[in-house]
Design a protein around this ligand. Structure first.
Ligand code: NOJ
Length: 541
């Protein structure tokens, strides 16, 4: 059997530092707070942390607008504390993966401060500038992901600069070789500190050709990644995962095939985007379809079977809580959260848990835009209101898809502010923290936490979970997602009822062992079985 890479055998855990644990009682999570929770993460069993940005930033987009890549945001701590985090995590066999945001910087980064001074400034070409037709007329119709035009008029030089996100996030010009090498140098600075890899923010945008309206998957993209690989992590054993909204399975293979010397894997979003009306925005909701979900996962599993590698995730800091989206955050919260965990972690790829997912944290509900912090939702609200949508329609969309859903603080216990802080938290805590919190989860041996822990253990114990071939089981009830994993003469069967309706399934002839089950019910070989709401199990055959 092939020897696994370390990043194929582990489960990753994403920390959004602002909302994880406050240690100095200013209402904002910080690095010492993370260190204080490493033993909890060790108990869960994870092998790596993807840390959302902790760099210096004016926080227009919560750290995804970086003004200094080699300094830590003072609200989060110091470089010495960051080094302590890396070493304390390592002591517990946990690797730290940094967020690499290099499609853009903050407009407060010294490169941009220089660049905007004049057209002949040495840093001018680090960014993307175009002559103005007029102050009123942008160079073309490229839109920002946060609403409005992607071009901002700069009064000093009377030219426009490109920003695919907020106007405080000017896009870097990857055609400039000097800029590329400055980025590689910065990456090497972090590698030398002992980090184990990078999650690369919107990396599929760096090869853009704005004049042709090409943003993702530009012609030079893979060339840049190969160059980056060679100049930085290529000869080291690191985990690299690209955020690639525009990836198809074939493109993902190009990124992650070891022969291509680019990345370890990418985050693809096809399963996530299934709740959107195709061709419209993320806010325009389509009904959920289990058959479509099965098809999408099957396609990705099969295409990357022998070459390339999948990442597996339901949640991150940009997405709603999965139990509120594809599960049931009311009556069947516990059952459906366990079901979602089992179906995801048993597929082939590296699973990622987003903080709080392991205790089944849910979306929060807002009624007023004043409760929202996120720039994306605020811009969306203003834009849609101007277009004539009603307040209710817009708030409903934000409740379903808004990014603050995932950003409410981690719920540690049932004391005031959920053990996150003793000060006023930077964003309101989900009021359900008295019921849903880590302390309660650890005390309950049937909690969602222990399902995640058991899944991580299974992966460590059984190479079939890492290497087994995936095979979708066809001809089952529409709401049932079932698949097999096989390796030599071993076989696992994973079955999940994605619905609150009961559904029938014929159990296999020879069940050797029930490895995990979210209901306490007997499974008898070769019988017709009725699955309860969100029931799921993993069998060894
Ligand atoms: C993707 C990040 O995950 C998101 O939070 C951010 O707003 C954009 N990229 C821009 O950096």
């Amino acid at each position: 059997m092939k020897k696994a890479k370390w990043w194929q055998e582990i489960v990753m855990y994403q920390i959004y530092p602002r909302s994880f644990q406050d240690s100095n009682n200013d209402g904002i999570g910080d690095i010492l707070g993370i260190i204080s929770r490493l033993d909890y993460l060790k108990k869960l069993g994870i092998g790596g942390i993807w840390l959302s940005p902790v760099y210096q930033s004016p926080n227009d987009d919560n750290g995804y607008d970086i003004s200094n890549y080699e300094e830590i945001l003072s609200e989060f701590g110091t470089m010495a504390q960051m080094e302590l985090l890396i070493s304390e995590a390592k002591k517990r066999d946990i690797q730290i993966i940094m967020d690499l945001v290099v499609n853009h910087t903050s407009d407060e980064h010294p490169w941009f401060i220089e660049a905007r001074k004049s057209v002949d400034n040495p840093y001018r070409d680090y960014y993307i500038w175009r002559k103005a037709k007029s102050e009123q007329e942008a160079p073309n119709a490229l839109a920002s992901a946060f609403g409005g035009s992607a071009w901002e008029f700069d009064t000093t030089s009377e030219q426009y600069y490109l920003h695919l996100f907020s106007k405080k996030q000017p896009d870097l010009n990857w055609e400039n070789e000097q800029l590329r090498h400055a980025i590689y140098q910065m990456m090497n600075f972090w590698i030398a500190k002992g980090i184990a890899g990078f999650r690369m923010d919107v990396i599929d945008l760096i090869g853009k050709i704005p004049d042709q309206m090409i943003t993702s998957n530009g012609p030079q993209l893979h060339h840049y990644l190969k160059e980056m690989n060679k100049a930085t992590f290529g000869d080291k054993d690191l985990l690299t995962v690209g955020e690639t909204w525009g990836a198809t399975p074939e493109i993902a293979k190009a990124y992650s095939s070891p022969d291509n010397h680019e990345l370890s894997m990418v985050f693809q979003f096809e399963h996530i985007s299934l709740d959107e009306i195709p061709g419209q925005s993320k806010w325009d909701l389509a009904p959920l379809s289990i058959p479509k979900l099965k098809n999408v996962f099957n396609k990705w599993q099969v295409t990357l079977e022998n070459d390339g590698w999948n990442s597996l995730f339901w949640n991150n800091h940009d997405l709603p809580r999965i139990v509120s989206r594809w599960g049931d955050d009311g009556k069947y919260r516990v059952e459906s959260a366990k079901m979602l965990a089992m179906i995801l972690h048993m597929m082939k790829g590296t699973p990622y848990i987003y903080q709080g997912e392991e205790i089944g944290m849910t979306n929060r509900v807002i009624t007023d835009i004043a409760e929202v912090d996120d720039i994306e939702s605020i811009n969306f609200y203003d834009e849609r209101l101007a277009q004539g949508f009603s307040h209710e329609e817009i708030i409903n969309a934000i409740n379903a898809k808004g990014r603050d859903n995932a950003r409410t603080p981690m719920q540690w216990n049932q004391t005031e502010n959920a053990g996150f802080t003793t000060f006023k938290p930077w964003i309101a805590i989900n009021p359900n923290y008295k019921e849903i919190n880590v302390e309660a989860a650890l005390l309950d041996k049937n909690s969602i936490f222990y399902t995640y822990q058991a899944l991580i253990r299974l992966r460590k114990m059984k190479p079939i979970v890492v290497f087994g071939k995936f095979q979708l089981i066809e001809n089952v009830a529409e709401d049932i997602f079932a698949y097999k994993r096989t390796l030599n003469d071993e076989c696992l069967l994973v079955v999940a009822n994605f619905s609150k309706n009961e559904n029938r399934f014929t159990l296999p002839k020879h069940i050797q062992k029930v490895l995990l089950h979210n209901y306490n019910r007997e499974l008898i070989s070769d019988s017709s079985y009725t699955l309860k709401p969100y029931e799921s199990f993993i069998l060894e055959l």
